[in-house]
Design a protein around this ligand. Sequence first.
Ligand SMILES: Cc1cc2nc3c(=O)[nH]c(=O)nc-3n(C[C@H](O)[C@H](O)[C@H](O)COP(=O)(O)O)c2cc1C
Length: 372
Amino acid sequence: MTNNAGGSRLFEATTLGPLSLPNRLVMAPLTRNRAAADGVPTPLMATYYAQRATAGLIIAEATMPSAVGQTYANIPALHTPAHVAGWRRVTDVVREAGGRMFVQLQHGGRVGHPDTSGHVPVAPSTVALPEEIHTPDGRRPAVVPRELTVEEIRATVADFAAAARRAVDAGFEGVEVHAANGYLIHQFLAKNTNLRTDEYGGPVAHRIRFAVEVVQAVVDAIGPERVGVRISPGVGVNGIEEGDTDSIYRALVTALTDLEPAYLHVVFADPDQPLFQEIRKSWPGTLIANPVLGWGGPLPADGGRAAGEKLLAAGADLISLGRGFLANPDLVERLRTGAPLNAVRDQYLMYTGGATGYTDYPTLNEPALAAS
Ligand SMILES: Cc1cc2nc3c(=O)[nH]c(=O)nc-3n(C[C@H](O)[C@H](O)[C@H](O)COP(=O)(O)O)c2cc1C
């Protein structure tokens, strides 16, 4: 029977550091390309996030800490006062709607293009993304990135810390450092994208150094209770081949433990996987798990509720869902009551801009829009 909460722990109130969360459901970060071309968040983004304020926690989409870190077009940023002001309009509206938000800080590294950012992308090593990348003029072959010098690595660490301070000024409860899914930090972790022979490359202890330095700098800037870290052990998106997944994440999780950030967020968490179980055992803090719901197909009819409950039983503290929240502003209520879900439409209408496929997904109380 799924038509009531049935005592599910998903709908229990809980805490995250100093924050009170009304439930254990987290809106996963979702890039939606609705910022202005200069990275300033738009009023439409405030509407979108406010619609989803019943999430226990919203993690706002990947946001650039620097111009060279831009991945795709119309990505929000946090490196100028205008970015802070734009995000402040979003966080104010979400707070008024009863929600709370972290923002994900993402440097794209080699996942970027001069036609989008105006910069040759930078990376640990001169290894190009083996795929085309979306630019304002459509998909283009990736370019070979420039290798970061040690001085530039230190400046990039400082950019993350500065963006974290701006995030707090913009009204976010905290930031999530994006160390997942093949972007810059993951490029340092993985063997095939990090060919360096200095203190940032080679053995695992060197390859985790950049990730740890970024988290340390962000913790020092805004306090550990305001910092989360997203990782994707074994996930090969954006051309990543980690090489030695288990040792990377054993070492990284141990190093992060000493920094005491508020949470660790694991992408595609599989409760039956030994590495997931090991991470749960060794990580003393809050663990957010993003279940494996399958790609390219429809979401499960229960929206991921059963998968989320299984992960809670395996020791996760919070469950993050992406596409479910994308298509259902009132996802928490739908999962709680077993109501049917809106399906995700048209490849998320990512690069089209505007309200269609973004703020026009109806709630249960808006049946008139259901056919749109
Ligand atoms: C349209 C879209 C945009 C995404 N953008 C981000 C992002 O900005 N940062 C990130 O870490 N993951 C991103 N993801 C991955 C999601 O956070 C999540 O891990 C993934 O969708 C799997 O969860 P789900 O099955 O509940 O959708 C994105 C996924 C989708 C579908």
